[in-house]
Design a protein around this ligand. Structure first.
Ligand SMILES: Cc1cc2nc3c(=O)[nH]c(=O)nc-3n(C[C@H](O)[C@H](O)[C@H](O)COP(=O)(O)OP(=O)(O)OC[C@H]3O[C@@H](n4cnc5c(N)ncnc54)[C@H](O)[C@@H]3O)c2cc1C
Length: 287
């Protein structure tokens, strides 16, 4: 276990954020037992994965942040399940699935997040959701300070949402597998990569879709229709390529993103009477 002071801009894809002085990196289950959780305010405890869906404030974060480093992919021949660590990079699962001819993980190739983040967010693309692969989740409960395992049903997954993960940290996940054809898998991987390249900006200085899609509608479509493509506040811009991606300039501020999100919500509410809900997560103080 390592306790560090970190620049939050170094641990998120938006590259925003001041410092956090209570940043723990966890390399083993045993090291979790060495942390005195009675001294930590659990209401302000954040677990971070690859930081590809989180925006920290420019002032930093005064609570505690825990980053699990469990990065592994193991095929269990007895149970027939794929065990993946919480820190495992999602595109690594897609590449592994090609090598082992396992179908239906190809869609993970373009999502720059971790397994833990994909569980919490119920990440999804191209008609897939991470929850559909899950058999069970192994986690650490910060309140009971115990390791616990729950079946998928416990988390009541829905579109970009999970339940019962507050004050808990995903350690690893057991995924169901299905045999596939490695040539088809490789073709799908290339197809998904090409689609992303054509329709989305590169995976830096953004966090993917800013808003969840409203029922039977598309956030990107509404933002584009409202004429907001290219709209910029303080160097943060509604992407010209995909209106639900807001891309930041290198030296821009998290507050500018926050202001652009607020402005966009106001315009969409006024024009279409639709309340957009953020998919990205703002943490810390914003004005
Ligand atoms: C270019 C780009 C494209 C993207 N495309 C997609 C897409 O197609 N579909 C999609 O769904 N998302 C997409 N995203 C968003 C993001 O990559 C996903 O939501 C991803 O699953 C987040 O994983 P993460 O490890 O980065 O999580 P983080 O951003 O670190 O955290 C997100 C949430 O998960 C929680 N969390 C993280 N790890 C754990 C853990 N171990 N235990 C408990 N909670 C945890 C955090 O507390 C936080 O609430 C995209 C992002 C980018 C930058």
């Amino acid at each position: 276990m390592i306790l560090n002071k970190v620049r939050l801009s170094d641990v998120t894809t938006y590259k925003f954020g001041g410092n956090c002085s209570n940043f723990y990196e966890i390399d083993s289950k045993e090291s979790l037992k060495r942390i005195d959780f009675s001294q930590i305010n659990l209401e302000q405890l954040v677990v971070i994965g690859k930081g590809s869906n989180i925006v920290f404030s420019d002032e930093g974060y005064s609570g505690t942040i825990i980053k699990p480093n469990f990065d592994f992919i193991e095929l269990d021949k007895i149970t027939g399940l794929l065990k993946v660590g919480a820190a495992t990079f999602l595109p690594d699962i897609a590449r592994y699935s090609k090598d082992k001819s396992l179908a239906n993980f190809e869609w993970l190739i373009g999502i720059p997040g971790s397994v833990g983040g994909a569980v919490r967010m119920n990440a999804g693309a191209y008609g897939y959701e991470f929850s559909q692969h899950i058999k069970a989740v192994n986690l650490f409960n910060f309140e009971t300070e115990k390791f616990e395992t729950y079946n998928k049903e416990y988390f009541n997954f829905s579109y970009r949402s999970s339940n019962n993960l507050d004050k808990k940290m995903v350690i690893s996940v057991d995924l169901e597998i299905k045999e596939g054809n490695s040539i088809e898998i490789q073709q799908n991987i290339i197809k998904y990569l090409q689609q992303r390249k054509l329709t989305q900006p590169p995976a830096i200085y953004n966090a993917g879709s800013v808003f969840k899609n409203p029922k039977e509608n598309s956030a990107g479509y509404l933002i584009e229709k409202a004429g907001l493509k290219g709209h910029t506040i303080g160097g943060v811009k509604v992407s010209e390529k995909h209106a639900n991606f807001f891309v930041a300039d290198k030296n821009s501020k998290a507050q500018s993103l926050y202001d652009l999100v607020k402005h966009t919500k106001d315009v969409i509410l006024e024009n279409y009477q639709i309340e957009l809900e953020e998919e990205i997560i703002f943490l810390g103080d914003f004005k």
